[in-house]
Write a protein that binds this ligand. Structure first.
Ligand SMILES: Cc1cc2nc3c(=O)[nH]c(=O)nc-3n(C[C@H](O)[C@H](O)[C@H](O)COP(=O)(O)O)c2cc1C
Length: 197
């Protein structure tokens, strides 16, 4: 980090960020005070209409078993013939990541000028702010999702309102092992100038 070159600091945070599997995010994770600052990062996300169209649910260690049960129930909802081993694998996911947080988006038609896709963009920005804040504290971060996100078990377990969706989990912790960073796409592959082919 350099005080005299804030752009270089911002860019290094952005480019050094990489997905770390929750399996590789061990304790210690962010403390309560650090987590508070991470959530302040979320609060700084762009938010058209100032709707705060998202919320985050921290799953403390003593509630990981309840989450494990949700994952098991979600799997059984999809396929009643799953094996005990598959259920154990599903349950194990709830134990991963020193700090585990559910990211919820509110898609209710609260404001016609701010459609659902704009609110999802706002959530994405909030999550990125959180991940970069955690990274600047020395922690790794990873996102996880899957078919259980839309399950009745998870929706009921987290008491989601009808217009809310569980988008993903974000995990924070100490990186025990990181893969090489993926090659990023070339900007030329996703940028064009209107009027030029
Ligand atoms: C909403 C969302 C959900 C994700 N869920 C998963 C997941 O379930 N499992 C996983 O390995 N990665 C998941 N990822 C992370 C991506 O796989 C990762 O960002 C991608 O591979 C690019 O790697 P990078 O973040 O290191 O650049 C998710 C990313 C997003 C945006």
């Amino acid at each position: 980090m350099t005080d005299d070159d804030p752009l270089a600091f911002a860019e290094s945070l952005i480019h050094l960020r990489q997905h770390i599997s929750p399996k590789r995010l061990d304790p210690p994770g962010p403390s309560a005070q650090e987590l508070a600052r991470i959530f302040e990062g979320a609060a700084a996300a762009p938010d058209h209409g100032l709707l705060v169209p998202w919320r985050f649910v921290v799953i403390p260690p003593e509630r990981r078993d309840a989450l494990a049960q949700m994952f098991a129930d979600a799997l059984l909802e999809r396929d009643a013939t799953v094996t005990d081993e598959q259920i154990d694998d599903a349950r194990a996911k709830a134990a991963r990541g020193a700090v585990l947080i559910l990211c919820v988006s509110d898609l209710s038609p609260r404001d016609p000028d701010t459609p659902a896709h704009e609110r999802l963009v706002s959530l994405g920005c909030a999550i990125q702010n959180m991940m970069l804040t955690a990274q600047s504290m020395g922690y790794g971060a990873g996102l996880s999702s899957g078919r259980s996100m839309a399950s009745r078990a998870l929706r009921r377990g987290f008491e989601l309102a009808d217009a809310e969706i569980a988008v993903c989990f974000v995990s924070f912790g100490t990186v025990v092992k990181a893969k090489p960073r993926r090659p990023r796409p070339e900007p030329a592959s996703f940028v064009s100038v209107f009027g030029e082919s």
